[in-house]
Write a protein that binds this ligand. Structure first.
Ligand SMILES: NC(=O)c1ccc[n+]([C@@H]2O[C@H](COP(=O)([O-])OP(=O)(O)OC[C@H]3O[C@@H](n4cnc5c(N)ncnc54)[C@H](OP(=O)(O)O)[C@@H]3O)[C@@H](O)[C@H]2O)c1
Length: 225
């Protein structure tokens, strides 16, 4: 399976590195076309292209850009693709987006609205890039960290669950896109290392009223694993 990555920053590099190690063919991209992403691609051992080329290339396409870029994604090329959304909403960086600010929709629902035909799956948002690099483990290893995965498309969700597994994490079915607020920022599982059973139980116990302070994960990242 081929993996396209829109973005060539910290998350793109970490995912690209794990994906190449797992045997996937990868193309990443940034705003500056093929030549702009070339040096990052060389360090990972993958291809570089424009955002449109990476979207066309991937059977699975990871969006690893700031949320503020959601309107400039290559929607034509992403139609029909399994699209991994790992975006988190930071109003100071992304600008205030009313529907997100008021909790009327999840970041994934916003993205799905913007990308008609894309098979959007929320995953890989709930881990820091540092942990993504160092916490990956082979299947069955002790202390393997769980990763929530949500989508309205069951087949796309299972493709992404397998991808997450190959990257080194235990996927946990977290329902549809409308449920993905359970692992957005300010929720107890956000960026906290949990095993599969604890992840499932904590997601289920998280209500709209269950919030944690910003940075909670900094002090709780390992306690539950
Ligand atoms: N860092 C983390 O620990 C972490 C963890 C979980 C989730 N996330 C989320 O992952 C996303 C990426 O974070 P990051 O830390 O990797 O950011 P980053 O290091 O700043 O990289 C962002 C990348 O996106 C590219 N980009 C921006 N707009 C684009 C567009 N319209 N088309 C194509 N490429 C575009 C940038 O390219 P240029 O250099 O050309 O501008 C850059 O390569 C964010 O939404 C973040 O909230 C981050």
């Amino acid at each position: 399976m081929k993996i396209g990555i829109i973005g060539a920053g910290a998350m793109s590099r970490a995912i690209g590195k794990h994906a190449v190690a797992a045997g996937y063919s990868v193309m990443l991209s940034n705003t500056r076309g093929k030549s702009g992403a070339e040096s990052v691609a060389q360090t990972i051992g993958c291809l570089a292209g424009s955002a449109q080329e990476a979207a066309s290339y991937g059977d699975l396409v990871v969006l690893a850009v700031p949320l503020r870029a959601y309107r400039s994604l290559p929607s034509t090329e992403l139609a029909g693709k399994v699209v991994v959304d790992l975006l988190n909403y930071f109003p100071h960086r992304d600008g205030v987006i009313g529907t997100l600010q008021r909790g009327e929709m999840t970041t994934s629902e916003l993205l799905a609205q913007q990308l008609p035909g894309a098979r959007v799956v929320k995953a890989l948002n709930s881990i820091t890039v540092e942990d993504l690099l160092k916490d990956a483990r082979p299947a069955g290893a002790a202390e393997r960290r769980a990763m929530p995965v949500a989508s309205d498309d069951a087949d796309a969700k299972s493709v992404v669950c397998e991808f997450v597994n190959k990257l080194g994490f235990d996927p946990v079915d977290a329902g549809g896109l409308a449920e993905s607020w359970r692992f957005e920022r300010f929720r107890p599982v956000y960026c906290v290392a949990l095993d599969q059973d604890t992840m499932r139980a904590t997601l289920a116990a998280t209500s709209r009223e269950t919030t944690v302070p910003d940075g909670y994960w900094l002090y709780n990242r390992k306690v539950l694993l």
